[in-house]
Each structure stands twice: as structure tokens, then as C-alpha cells.
Design a protein. Structure first.
Lengths: 351, 228
């Protein structure tokens, strides 16, 4: 999917001026609130009309002020999911799901109702009204409704922001599954770096109505690591653990991690801050931290007033950080052999 | 019953007929006006706002007189449109319908607008991106979600129509059996000697109809609430 946009739009004092070409299946739009992210999506959907410019999706020109062309929103085949589920309150769950499906031309109708219900696990809700569903259920129905419209592009406008942290990470797999299963590319809007890293490959950073950078969520996390006190968040997808003396042992690369968070699920996603990793030049004799990992430095990069390190822990990858002085004393450079000590309690389970 | 004359019965029936027809006639126009005023952003919206609400503040007699000037045989609409088509409005029951429609219009629009303003605009946006054309989105989203306002507005207009006097008497006159509605009949009884009993009887009828309308309105409202 390739999207080319060169548009301008003025709302009072706010001026959006964007000239960007982006291609990919999982594109993020990242930036602070009020920067124009939602406006950008509204322009793509056709809900907001640009003052001037051109919007081209793939081969089709959706808007071109120079020839007076503007495809109406009902013919653009976009699926939208907003922060709030915005379900039609007078229709049942099924009625909501089928709203777009029924209006989709037969030639584009490739996604089957039953499949979407299956992927989103909403089979038990179909005949219910939408008012008394839980927050997560509502958002899953909203995703299903958008997907069943058989869109060529999904516009996800902060779809997770209104959900609490726990629920957010439960919805992420549904959202990713649905988009992957039915092969729908999407624009994912958020001001959360974590969501960007979980949901996107490419990222457009939007600030004050401009696209200031086209990057990746990973690169963004690294550039922000120097600025944010919390450091870089390593995200570790770990398989089912084995209980071990009050802790849980997870296989990770060729080594194993001991983690104290309770895990009742099969596999889980953990967050580990780069600031929680202590590095040793030689193997320490005895330490209280339960994880002591052998690792090799593969890359050294600047991160504000600190130094970021890419570590290869025999198959597992981590990003750690040290202050300049420590980097100098330990003589850290690519190829250096180090030991990384991490406390079992430093891993935070997400979701 | 109560010694009504045939003219009295026809006044009661005519009142109901005028109020019903005026309400049904106004429905699409009032809905369109409410929709435009709620959703469209354009310069000069305030002019539309004032124009729609003007009948609410003007004395009905003024409205009646303006309609008479506009629709009469020498009036601009009367001469240019109605006369060539062979339509005679003034001093017929149709004139009463038009007078009632104009007077009740702002009440209907207000109720509908209040209901529409509570609809989350995202719902309409979602419907559009899901392939619904404008009219489709209006019929399947806006109408069902503002149905309570539509009903309330209709009831209000119907009730207001039953009591319409000032504008009607000027454009439709007070012709027994032709354009005489309940209020006009009461007015005539009151101004004639020994008409008190008959005036009072028609008042009772008027009150009965109003009570039935209000009960019906409440019942519909409760039904709508329960469906949620």
C-alpha cells in the first residue's frame, strides 16, 4: 500500500501542511496531542476536505483540488476505529457488524462474517445490544465492524487510548490478528511509543501539523531513550514458563530468565528498562540479582548524555545503557564481552 | 352529546384534521431544517436560525397577515404560483393548515435539534466510511437516534395546532363547517348571547384531546426509554 499526500488545511490558528509518501502495511502516525494526527486521518477518510492538494492511495486519486476531484467517504473503502467504540446504539452487535458489510459491493466482499466473529471472539455477543458490553468487547465489535466493511485501508485513530493498560494489551493481539488474517494495511495513530512498537513498522512523526520525520518505532524508541528518564524499554515476548523456587523460569535465546511476576498465561510480553541492567566486565563472584547473562556488545550508540548498547545475550537481544564514564572505564566497544545482571523483579509483565 | 350542532362536530373534526395534516406536512421540512442547523457549518447560519424561530416570537396575527399578503390573489406567491395552477388557498381549510404549520414549525425544529445534538458525530462519520451515502446515513443513523425528538416535536406541534387561532382566523376566516376550528367556534360562542354553555362544552372537548395527546406522548417516551 502506498499513500501519497500533499495537502494543506487550515482550522483557525491551526495549519496542517503535509507532503509525504509512505508505503507499507503497518504505518504509525505518532506525535503529541493536538499535532494534527486525527486531522490527517480525517483527510484520508474524506471526512475532512483539504483546502488544497492531492491524496493518492495506490493507483487511485482520492482528492485533487487542481481538477476538482474528491471521492466521497462512502466510496473510499476505509475502515475507521476511533478512541471511543462509537457503536450504533440502536442496533444489536450483529447489526453493527453487518452495517458496512451490507453496503460493501459484492466484488469487494472477500472477508466472511463468520471468520471475523471467530478471530475477534465475539460469537457470544451477536444478539445483544451494545450498551451493556464491556469496554474491551465494545472495541472488538468496533474493530469487527470496520474489518467487515472490507476496507482497503484501516484507519485506527487512537483505538487503544480509552482502554486501561491491561485491556489495551489484550486488544492488541485481536487487532493484529484481524489485520494480518484479512491482510488489511493500516494507519495506526497514537501518542504512545509502546503502542507504536507493538503495532507498526514505519512511523510518521507529526508535530504541529507537519510530518517532521519518517522513521521506525524502534528508531524512535532509541532517540527518545536519552530524553526520557525511563530509558529504553526492551520488549520481550517469552514462552510459557516453568515455576522455579517461587520465581518463573523463561527460555530466552540459549539462556533463561528468572522473573518474579506471576504469570497465569501461556506466553507473555514483558517490559525491561535499559536502566535496570547492570553490566560487569568479568563474572562477579556472587550477586543478589537472579539473572546474570553472558553477552556481547554488537553496537554502541549515543543516547543523550549516556551511551546505548546493543547486547547479544546468546540469542536474546537487549538494549542497555551506561553513562559515558562507565563506558570509558569498562572500555566498552563492539565485540566487548560483558555480563549483564538483572533483578527478577525488574521485568514488568504487560497485559 | 352536550347538544353539539353539526357545525360544532365539523369544527372538532376540522381541528383534528388541520393539526394532523400540518404536523405531517411539516415533518420533512422541520427535519431538514434541524439537520442543517445541527450539522452544517456555513456563514449565515444565524440568519436561518432567526428565520426558523421568528414565528415563535411574532404575534400569530402578524403571521396570518403576512401569509394573507403572500398567498392572497394579489400577493406575490398567490399571483405567480397559485393562481396559474388554479389553487385557491385563502379562506379554505388548507390555509388553516399552512398557518398552523408556520406557527408550530419552530417548536418542531427545536425538539428535533435537541435530539440531534446529542448524537455523537462520530457515528455519522463511521457510517459514511462504512459505505453509507449521506441520505443513507441520515435514514439509518440520524433518524432512529433522534426519533424521540421527532415524536416530541410532532406532539408539540399537533397540540399547538389544535389551539391555533390568530393566524388561522386571518388567512382562513371563521366560516362554520368550512374553516371553523374549535378555538374559532369557541370565540364565536363566547361573543354571542347565551353561548356560554356551548363554549364550555367545546372547552371540555379541547381539554380532552390535549390530555389524550399528552398521555400518548408520555407513553411513547417511556416506550423509547425502555427499548434502551
Amino acid at each position: 500500500m502506498e499513500l501519497r499526500m500533499a495537502v494543506q488545511k487550515r482550522f483557525g490558528a491551526f495549519f496542517l501542511d503535509v507532503d509525504v509518501t509512505v508505503s507499507g502495511e503497518r504505518i504509525g502516525i505518532f506525535g503529541p496531542s493536538g499535532g494534527g494526527k486525527s486531522t490527517l486521518v480525517g483527510l484520508v477518510a474524506g471526512l475532512i476536505r483539504p483546502d488544497r492538494g492531492r491524496i493518492v492511495l495506490g493507483e487511485e486519486t482520492l482528492f485533487d483540488s487542481s481538477v476538482g476531484r474528491s471521492v466521497s467517504p462512502d466510496r473510499r473503502r476505509m475502515g475507521m476505529v476511533f478512541q471511543r467504540p462509537s457503536l450504533f446504539p440502536h442496533l444489536s452487535v450483529k447489526g453493527n457488524l453487518l452495517y458496512g458489510f451490507r453496503r460493501c459491493q459484492a466484488e469487494y466482499r472477500k472477508i466472511a462474517f463468520e471468520d471475523v466473529v471467530e478471530v475477534l471472539k465475539i460469537g457470544g455477543l451477536l444478539d445483544r445490544g451494545v450498551k451493556h458490553l464491556s469496554g474491551g468487547e465494545k472495541q472488538r465489535v468496533a474493530i469487527g465492524r470496520a474489518v467487515l466493511g472490507n476496507p482497503r485501508l484501516l484507519l485506527l485513530d487512537e483505538p487503544l487510548s480509552a482502554l486501561d493498560d491491561n485491556l489495551k494489551l489484550q486488544i492488541v493481539p485481536f487487532l493484529r490478528n484481524a489485520c494480518e488474517t484479512f491482510r488489511i494495511p493500516y494507519l495506526f495513530i497514537s501518542h504512545s511509543l509502546l503502542e507504536m512498537r507493538l503495532m507498526t513498522d514505519k512511523v510518521l512523526r507529526v508535530v504541529d501539523g507537519r510530518v517532521v520525520e519518517q522513521t521506525t518505532a524502534e528508531a524512535l524508541a532509541r532517540t527518545q531513550m536519552g530524553a526520557a528518564g525511563a530509558g529504553y524499554m526492551n520488549l520481550l515476548h517469552l514462552p510459557a514458563p516453568i515455576p522455579m523456587g517461587g520465581l518463573y523460569a523463561y527460555k530466552w535465546g540459549e539462556q533463561q530468565l528468572l522473573i518474579s511476576s506471576v504469570n497465569d498465561q501461556q506466553e507473555a510480553l514483558f517490559e525491561l528498562s535499559s536502566t535496570d541492567i547492570i553490566l560487569f566486565k568479568g563474572r562477579p563472584e556472587a550477586i543478589s540479582a537472579r539473572n546474570l547473562l553472558e553477552c556481547t556488545v554488537t553496537n554502541v550508540f549515543p543516547a543523550g548524555n549516556r551511551v546505548g548498547l546493543d547486547l547479544d545475550c546468546r540469542g536474546g537481544k537487549l538494549v542497555a545503557e551506561v553513562v559515558d564514564q562507565a563506558a570509558h572505564e569498562l572500555d566498552i566497544r563492539p565485540g566487548s564481552q560483558l555480563f549483564a545482571a538483572i533483578k527478577a523483579a525488574a521485568f514488568k509483565k504487560l497485559g | 352529546m352536550l347538544g353539539f350542532t353539526p357545525a360544532d362536530y365539523s369544527a372538532i373534526l376540522l381541528s383534528l384534521k388541520v393539526a394532523v395534516v400540518a404536523t405531517l406536512l411539516s415533518l420533512p421540512f422541520a427535519f431538514a431544517a434541524a439537520y442543517v442547523m445541527t450539522y452544517w457549518r456555513f456563514t449565515g447560519r444565524i440568519v436561518l436560525d432567526v428565520a426558523v424561530n421568528l414565528p415563535l416570537t411574532l404575534p400569530p396575527v402578524v403571521i396570518g397577515y403576512l401569509l394573507l399578503i403572500l398567498l392572497g390573489q394579489q400577493g406575490p406567491i398567490g399571483r405567480a404560483v397559485l393562481h396559474p395552477l388554479g389553487i385557491k388557498l385563502i379562506f379554505t381549510w388548507r390555509a388553516a393548515v399552512i398557518a398552523t404549520s408556520v406557527v408550530g414549525f419552530p417548536l418542531m425544529v427545536r425538539s428535533m435539534r435537541t435530539a440531534m445534538e446529542t448524537i455523537d458525530e462520530h457515528l455519522v462519520h463511521v457510517a459514511r466510511t462504512l459505505g453509507a451515502r449521506s441520505l443513507d446515513a441520515i435514514l439509518t443513523i440520524v433518524v432512529p437516534l433522534s426519533v424521540r425528538g421527532i415524536i416530541a416535536g410532532s406532539m408539540l406541534m399537533f397540540a399547538r395546532g389544535l389551539g391555533e387561532f390568530g393566524a388561522t382566523v386571518i388567512v382562513a376566516g371563521n366560516i362554520p363547517g368550512v374553516t371553523q376550528t374549535i378555538p374559532l367556534a369557541i370565540y364565536e360562542y363566547v361573543s354571542s348571547p347565551r353561548g356560554d354553555v356551548m363554549a364550555l362544552s367545546l372547552c371540555v372537548v379541547s381539554i380532552l384531546i390535549s390530555v389524550v395527546v399528552l398521555f400518548f406522548h408520555e407513553w411513547l417516551g417511556r416506550r423509547a426509554v425502555r427499548r434502551d
